[in-house]
Design a protein around this ligand. Structure first.
Ligand SMILES: Nc1ncnc2c1ncn2[C@@H]1O[C@H](COP(=O)(O)OP(=O)(O)OP(=O)(O)O)[C@@H](O)[C@H]1O
Ligand SMILES: [Mg+2]
Length: 249
């Protein structure tokens, strides 16, 4: 896995400017057409300076930026499970200050959030990401379901799928949703192994959700993946009814 590449929320975004995780929107630079526009405005008796004044600075929080990438259903998710809030607390405290002063996450524990359908696993996982961002943690993260992962990384012409795998494997925080829910084959087993193994070896915090009970993890994901998950994750078991059948939005 050579040629490092930053995942979304990394280099492509400006660094956060304060420890509270905020940055300022920069005024947009207008191209050469501005001179022509100014001439037209002047000819019509309009002061171009009044039109081109920079918009007032508008603070954008890291949480607001992240919410734009979080699926709408989980955009307001709050992690209220004690093990998950404790994990977020521990990861936030372990963060080292980055170049802009805000703490960043590096090595840390992972969670395996397990439970039947609709018990809130994905909700808790996005809630954990939001909890870190709300605390001002400088966070580069990626999220994918295992079914999307397989689709995304299936070899196809013109796509550097190895590069995509590296992006996910190296991202400081990864949410791997619905692990074991997609159809498996030797190829998906190998892919999951490479992803999990990289994160296992480098102690990279990973949030994993699954519907599979513990004894089925091994048969579905293979012994190598199940063994690494057993060591690298703390298990969080969610119980209760299917919330989808009780609430409707
Ligand atoms: N703590 C919570 N407070 C409010 N709504 C919640 C909470 N947990 C889950 N929900 C809502 O319940 C529904 C199911 O939650 P979620 O999608 O997280 O379940 P899941 O366990 O991931 O299900 P699946 O196994 O099918 O992926 C969603 O509409 C979600 O927004
Ligand atoms: Mg889910």
């Amino acid at each position: 896995m050579d040629q490092p590449r930053r995942c979304r929320g990394g280099l492509r975004r400006p660094a956060l400017s304060t420890t509270t995780g905020t940055r300022r929107r920069q005024p947009q630079t207008v191209g050469p057409l501005v001179n022509r526009l100014e001439a037209i405005l002047t000819a019509r008796g309009v002061d171009p300076d009044a039109m081109t004044a920079a918009p007032p600075d508008e603070p954008v929080t890291a949480l607001e930026m992240a919410d734009a990438r979080i699926p709408a259903r989980y955009r307001g998710a709050l992690a209220d499970h004690p093990q998950i809030t404790a994990w977020a607390e521990q990861i936030a405290r372990a963060g080292r200050p980055g170049p802009a002063g805000a703490p960043g996450i590096s090595e840390g524990g992972s969670l395996l959030i397990a439970g039947p359908t609709g018990t809130g696993k994905t909700h808790q996982a996005y809630g954990a990401i939001r909890a870190l961002l709300a605390r001002g943690v400088r966070l580069r993260w990626e999220a994918t379901t295992s079914a999307d992962l397989h689709a995304r990384l299936r070899p196809r012409t013109g796509q550097d799928t190895e590069r995509e795998l590296r992006t996910l494997a190296r991202c400081p925080l990864l949410l791997l949703d619905d692990l074991g829910a997609a159809k498996t084959s030797e190829w998906t087993e190998e892919l999951t192994y490479r992803l999990v193994n990289h994160r296992y070896e480098h102690l990279l915090p990973t949030l994993i959700t699954t519907n599979l009970p513990t004894d089925e993890l091994r048969t579905t994901l293979g012994d190598r993946v199940a063994s690494r998950l057993a060591e690298m994750t703390e298990r969080v078991i969610l119980t209760g009814p299917d919330r989808r059948r009780h609430t409707r939005t």
